[in-house]
Design a binder for this molecule. Structure first.
Ligand SMILES: *[C@@H]1O[C@H](CO)[C@@H](O)[C@H](O)[C@H]1NC(C)=O
Ligand SMILES: *[C@@H]1O[C@H](CO)[C@@H](O)[C@H](O)[C@H]1NC(C)=O
Ligand SMILES: *[C@@H]1O[C@H](CO)[C@@H](O)[C@H](O)[C@H]1NC(C)=O
Ligand SMILES: *[C@@H]1O[C@H](CO)[C@@H](O)[C@H](O)[C@H]1NC(C)=O
Ligand SMILES: *[C@@H]1O[C@H](CO)[C@@H](O)[C@H](O)[C@H]1NC(C)=O
Ligand SMILES: *[C@@H]1O[C@H](CO)[C@@H](O)[C@H](O)[C@H]1NC(C)=O
Ligand SMILES: *[C@@H]1O[C@H](CO)[C@@H](O)[C@H](O)[C@H]1NC(C)=O
Ligand SMILES: [Zn+2]
Ligand SMILES: [Zn+2]
Length: 502
């Protein structure tokens, strides 16, 4: 009996250690600050809120304006809100675009370095002990969009490292890699590897990289990295600025050049088994993408985070957004993303309130989409739920798409199809087929999905079994302690010391 009790006690102690070992981690994603140092609260909103000759000198807001990029006060407010809501994340993902949407003639490369450096400094000041993983956006080079692939011939990447403080946030190894094209790999933990990509090289506004086979050798590097991760049984997070696929708000509008889009998706499909998460910025809207294989099986998820800048796009039909920040919950053991909570600042309210620092929770994926992870299969279920215009989940998604800048908007048949096809068809040809109503791996329909109902007595059965288990654990635990057997289970060190680069 004593032997049996000892086994029970050891099991219990081991269990207790496992429970106390971290099974939930948190990290922030923040993106598209677009810091405009020339913002003025008495500026002209039709001219990016720059000091104009607006006669009446009305105050248009200290926290920003929907027609303009972010003033410094909005930048600090966002970063302070991150600190207030969750001061000790495991790390911070920062997906680019810190430079405002202004004419190239109002900028030069040194101004660009300074603006990016200002945001770097603020993040570092508020989070001095937290690893920050940055990537560049298409507005971060000079001139805008002209991301150089000619690594030998450019001082740009070195300039970002030296003049924008990125050597400090990236650390030695990562900086060394970054120097060769603005991309790097790092380890979040022993088993989770992060690839910080420079997808601006594939952006079709980058006139320098048109018609190349592999700009800055990034595809080749990416495959090597993914191959090595598979061999070492690691999981990979990809973070990048520009996403592949099409924009959900403008019909048939792509981001990547066609050949790069194809190649990028091929790599993602080949290594779908090792890629656990993909996080992007750039669109300023809140959306996601599902990659399907040829058999229609969901194999990858791309999460597109909304921006800090509220700036209303100049693209016809595309609106503004409320400033946003996103907190992820993940499993540090498996790398799986469990959920994210989206926070936002109601800009209208912030500019008139006496307490304008209030960032609010907008939504939590585990509540509104009723999923307990953000993996392909779960997000496929979310998409199936959208596939019915009157559906509540799709209505929520639409409100979140602009971070509630627009709520309860009317989305007619073509609007609906545009969203669904962008979410589900990353390949340009399949997207066209989808938009024109043809058959693809995922097709918008209006068939109703019958919800699965669980008989209520099952809840009682499961509930009472759980209660019995708790009682047993308490009783046996009590017996263990009264035996005073100072049981010291081996420290669960496997992921105890996170190998995070400073
Ligand atoms: C002031 O606005 C008027 C009317 O738009 C314009 O003609 C003039 O050039 C502006 N003056 C300055 C100094 O910007
Ligand atoms: C800000 O204004 C100054 C002075 O007019 C100008 O030289 C500079 O280019 C402007 N910067 C930006 C980012 O617009
Ligand atoms: C941005 O950086 C420049 C150069 O370091 C500095 O002079 C300026 O004060 C900074 N601006 C802010 C708002 O921190
Ligand atoms: C960062 O770490 C240092 C040294 O461990 C500590 O003194 C400081 O309080 C920490 N800062 C924050 C904001 O946690
Ligand atoms: C830096 O890279 C070297 C060689 O690839 C590796 O051995 C080392 O562990 C890395 N250091 C860090 C802190 O990642
Ligand atoms: C934002 O605040 C304004 C002003 O208080 C209010 O009218 C509006 O409904 C708010 N929007 C959201 C999404 O909360
Ligand atoms: C849907 O709405 C848009 C803009 O509101 C309009 O241009 C378009 O013609 C409408 N399409 C259909 C099929 O009703
Ligand atoms: Zn961008
Ligand atoms: Zn942007």
């Amino acid at each position: 009996m004593n032997g049996l009790l000892l086994i029970f006690c050891l099991t219990l102690a081991n269990f207790a250690v496992q429970v106390s070992a971290k099974d939930t981690g948190y990290f922030w994603q923040v993106t598209d600050f677009h810091y405009d140092a020339n913002y003025s609260s008495t500026g002209d909103p039709t001219h990016m809120c720059h000091q104009g000759n607006t006669s009446d000198n009305v105050n248009i807001g200290n926290y920003g304006n929907y027609l303009c990029d972010a003033p410094w006060q909005l930048i600090t407010s966002a970063i302070q809100a991150m600190y207030k809501i969750h001061p000790e994340p495991d790390f911070i993902v920062w997906t680019g675009d810190s430079v405002p949407h202004v004419d190239n003639k109002d900028l030069d490369v040194d101004k660009v370095y300074t603006l990016i450096g200002n945001v770097t400094d603020e993040l570092r000041t508020v989070f001095p002990n937290i690893t920050i993983y940055p990537v560049l956006g298409n507005h971060d080079p000079y001139p805008a969009n002209m991301m150089p692939y000619d690594v030998e011939g450019t001082k740009y990447y070195k300039g970002i490292l030296d003049n924008s403080g990125w050597t400090d946030i990236l650390g030695h190894n990562e900086s060394h890699q970054f120097h060769n094209g603005g991309y790097y790999s790092s380890h979040i933990s022993e088993k989770i590897k992060l690839l910080g990509l420079n997808t601006n090289l594939y952006y079709d506004q980058d006139k320098l990289t048109k018609d190349l086979a592999d700009p800055a050798d990034q595809f080749n590097w990416m495959e090597e990295q993914l191959k090595s991760a598979r061999r070492k049984d690691e999981k990979v997070y990809i973070i990048a600025h520009v996403p592949p696929g099409k924009f959900e708000l403008v019909e048939d509008m792509a981001w990547f050049y066609g050949s790069y889009n194809r190649k990028y998706l091929e790599i993602l499909e080949t290594y779908a088994d090792v890629i656990e998460a993909q996080l992007y910025g750039h669109e300023h809207t809140d959306s996601f993408r599902i990659q399907f294989d040829g058999q229609g099986k969901p194999i990858g998820i791309m999460l597109l985070s909304p921006a800090v800048t509220p700036w209303k796009s100049t693209l016809p039909g595309v609106g503004a957004n409320n400033p946003a920040i996103r907190l992820f919950q993940y499993d540090p053991q498996s790398g799986a993303l469990k959920k994210y909570v989206q926070y936002f600042l109601n800009l209208t309210k912030a500019n008139i309130d006496s307490d304008p620092t209030k960032w609010e929770k907008e939504y939590d994926t585990s509540d509104v989409y009723a999923v307990d992870n953000l993996r392909p299969a779960a997000m496929h279920e979310v998409l199936k739920g959208f596939n019915k215009k009157e559906n509540e989940a799709f209505k929520h998604y639409l409100d979140y798409n602009s971070v509630k800048w627009l709520v309860n908007q009317v989305c007619n048949e073509s609007c609906f199809t545009r969203h669904i096809c962008a979410i589900s068809q990353l390949d340009f040809d399949n997207y066209k087929t989808c938009i024109s109503g043809g058959h693809t791996t995922f097709k918008p329909t209006t068939t109703t999905v019958t919800p699965i109902t669980v008989p209520s007595y099952l809840y009682y059965v499961i509930g009472s079994m759980g209660l019995l288990l708790v009682v047993m654990v308490v009783v046996i635990g009590f017996m263990c302690f009264t035996k005073k057997r100072g049981l010291h289970a081996p420290r669960y060190a496997k992921f105890g010391s996170l190998n995070v680069n400073a």
